[in-house]
Design a protein around this ligand. Structure first.
Ligand SMILES: [Zn+2]
Length: 116
């Protein structure tokens, strides 16, 4: 019995490691994802959809200094409806939504809380 318990604990530690921070383990830092996201944004624009999918507000503008120049950009964030960490599809338009920063932050922190 004792041996069995040890084995089980070791297994659980292994399993939990990649999800240490409660955030999805998906790799967003790839050219493929950046391109996909860009295409999705273009697709939503082509449908004339320029509002947040949750609060339905127009995206605001944010500015950021890039190489000494003030660049204005839309505060639009792409989110997975069903998180990758819960088995959601990464490359599927049906599993994507565009959110404002407030809604995205709220949804993400809710997901992390629910997982704990
Ligand atoms: Zn919103």
């Amino acid at each position: 019995m004792a041996v069995r318990k040890t084995l089980k604990s070791a297994y659980q530690v292994e399993e939990k490691k990649p999800q240490k921070w409660g955030v999805s383990t998906a790799n967003y830092n790839t050219q493929r994802w950046r391109d996909y996201k860009k295409r999705y944004i273009q697709y939503r624009l082509s449908l004339g959809q320029t509002t947040c999918d949750i609060c339905k507000k127009d995206f605001g503008f944010k500015s950021r200094m890039i190489k000494g120049q003030m660049i204005k950009y839309l505060e639009r964030e792409i989110d997975h409806v069903n998180p990758i960490s819960l088995g959601g599809e990464m490359y599927d338009y049906d599993n994507l939504q565009q959110l404002c920063h407030v809604c995205h932050t709220r949804k993400t922190s809710k997901e992390i809380k629910e997982r704990q």
